[in-house]
Design a protein around this ligand. Structure first.
Ligand SMILES: Cc1ncc(COP(=O)(O)O)c(C=O)c1O
Length: 359
C-alpha cells in the first residue's frame, strides 16, 4: 500500500499535513472566531417547522435562488450584482483560483493574513506571494504595489478586517492598491458583522473588484454558507468552476430562515460580541498587556512566552490560538475570539494564572 501511495499521490500532497482541528471536548472554545450564542428555543422550533417537507430526496437548487434572494434582502444588494454561493467562504477561494490563475501569475496577499489563501493556491499549484504588513499591521501599500509590479499577480486577496491582526487598512492605501493591481482583487469581509466599514459600495467603482462574505462569524459557522458578490459578468465566469449542488437542501433552507426570521437575533448577537470585544480589550489593556485594536470578533494580545501561556490556558480548559510560529511579526502573539461574558471571564482568569506562573 505504502509503495502505491508514494508512486501515485502527488509528491507535494504527500508533503502536506491535513487541516487538523483537535477535538475541543468540553473546553471553552475561543480559538475559531465562532459566535458562542445559540438560538432561543422558539426560534429553533420555528426553524424546525419550516424544514418539514424539505425535499431531501431531490438535489438542491444548484443556483440557490431563494437563498440568494434572502442574501440580497439581508445585505441590501440590488439585482445588478451577481452572487455565487459557497460551502463556507473557504470553498469559494478554490473556484476563484481555478478560474483566474493559469499557474504562471501568482496569488498575492499581505502577510500575515488568512492562511487558506496560501494553502489553496498551493493545492492548485499556483505560486503564492505574501507581502509583509508594516510592524503596526497597517498595509505597506508602496511595498505591495512594488511587489505587484514585480510579480504581476492574477489574484489579490485583502481580508478586511484582516485575520489574524483584526484591523482595517487605511482606506486610501486600500484604494491605491486596488487601482494598481493588474489582476482581480477580492476583499474578504468575513468579519464584516463586527466592522465599522464595508466595501459593497466600492464594487461599482473598480472593474477588478469582488467582495467575499460569509455568515460563519455572525453565527452560522456550522451551516457553511459563504458568498461572492460582484459584477454578473465576473460571477458568471467563476461560477463555471464551482461544483454544482455545493450547498445542500437543508443548509440552504436553514440559512434562508436565519437571514429572515432569525435576522434580529443574529444582529443582537453580533452587537453583543462587539460590546464584549471592547470590554475584553479594556480588561487586557488594564493588565498592562499590548493588545491590538480589533474590528473583528477576536483580538491579538502579546505576551512574553506565548506558547507556554497558551499551554497553561488550554490546561485550564480554555482554547485560544497560539500564533507565535505563524509569522515572525506574530512571535509574541496569541489570538482570542470573543465569547460570552462568562467565557471571556474564564479566559481572563486562566490568563492571569498563566502570567503569574511566568513571573
Ligand atoms: C479572513 C477569513 N476569510 C474566510 C474565512 C472562512 O470562513 P468560512 O469558510 O467559515 O466562511 C475565515 C475563517 O476563519 C477568515 O478568517
Amino acid at each position: 500500500m505504502r509503495g502505491w501511495i508514494e508512486r501515485t499521490v502527488r509528491t507535494d500532497v504527500q508533503a502536506r499535513t491535513a487541516y487538523a482541528v483537535a477535538d475541543p471536548g468540553t473546553a471553552i472554545r475561543l480559538n475559531q472566531m465562532e459566535n458562542p450564542f445559540g438560538w432561543p428555543a422558539d426560534l429553533w422550533r420555528a426553524c424546525m417547522e419550516s424544514l418539514s417537507g424539505a425535499e431531501i430526496n431531490r438535489y438542491p437548487d444548484a443556483a440557490g435562488r431563494e437563498l440568494i434572494a434572502a442574501i440580497r434582502a439581508h445585505d441590501d444588494l440590488d439585482d445588478a450584482w451577481g452572487v455565487m454561493l459557497g460551502n463556507g467562504s473557504d470553498e469559494i477561494i478554490q473556484p476563484l483560483i481555478q478560474a483566474i490563475c493559469d499557474g504562471a501569475r501568482p496569488v498575492m496577499a499581505p502577510a500575515p493574513s488568512f492562511v487558506m489563501f496560501e494553502v489553496i493556491a498551493g493545492q492548485c499549484r499556483v505560486p503564492y506571494v505574501g507581502v509583509d504588513l508594516n510592524r503596526d499591521f497597517s498595509l505597506d501599500a508602496d511595498g505591495l504595489i512594488a511587489a505587484m509590479q514585480r510579480h504581476n499577480p492574477a489574484l489579490l486577496f485583502l481580508a478586511q478586517p484582516n485575520n489574524p491582526t483584526g484591523n482595517l487598512y487605511d482606506e486610501a492605501d486600500l484604494r491605491r492598491v486596488i487601482e494598481a493591481c493588474p489582476g482581480l482583487v477580492i476583499i474578504d469581509e468575513a468579519y464584516g458583522p463586527f466592522s465599522s466599514r464595508n466595501h459593497q459600495s466600492w464594487l461599482g467603482q473598480y472593474p477588478n473588484l469582488l467582495v467575499m462574505r460569509t455568515f460563519s462569524k455572525m453565527g452560522l459557522a456550522g451551516l457553511r454558507c459563504g458568498y461572492l458578490v460582484g459584477d454578473v459578468a465576473w460571477i458568471e465566469q467563476i461560477n463555471k468552476v464551482r461544483l454544482p449542488y455545493n450547498l445542500g437542501v437543508l443548509n440552504q433552507a436553514v440559512a434562508r430562515f436565519a437571514l429572515t426570521e432569525g435576522r434580529a437575533v443574529l444582529a443582537q448577537q453580533s452587537a453583543a460580541l462587539r460590546v464584549g470585544r471592547d470590554q475584553l480589550f479594556d480588561a487586557l489593556s488594564a493588565r498592562g498587556l499590548r493588545v491590538h485594536p480589533s474590528e473583528a470578533n477576536f483580538m491579538l494580545l502579546e505576551v512574553d512566552q506565548p506558547s507556554a501561556v497558551n499551554a497553561s490556558i488550554a490546561a485550564q480548559g480554555v482554547l485560544i490560538k497560539d500564533l507565535s510560529k505563524a509569522h515572525p511579526m506574530l512571535a509574541r502573539c496569541l489570538r482570542v475570539s470573543i465569547g460570552t461574558d462568562a467565557e471571556n471571564a474564564a479566559f481572563l482568569a486562566a490568563l492571569d494564572v498563566a502570567l503569574k506562573a511566568q513571573r
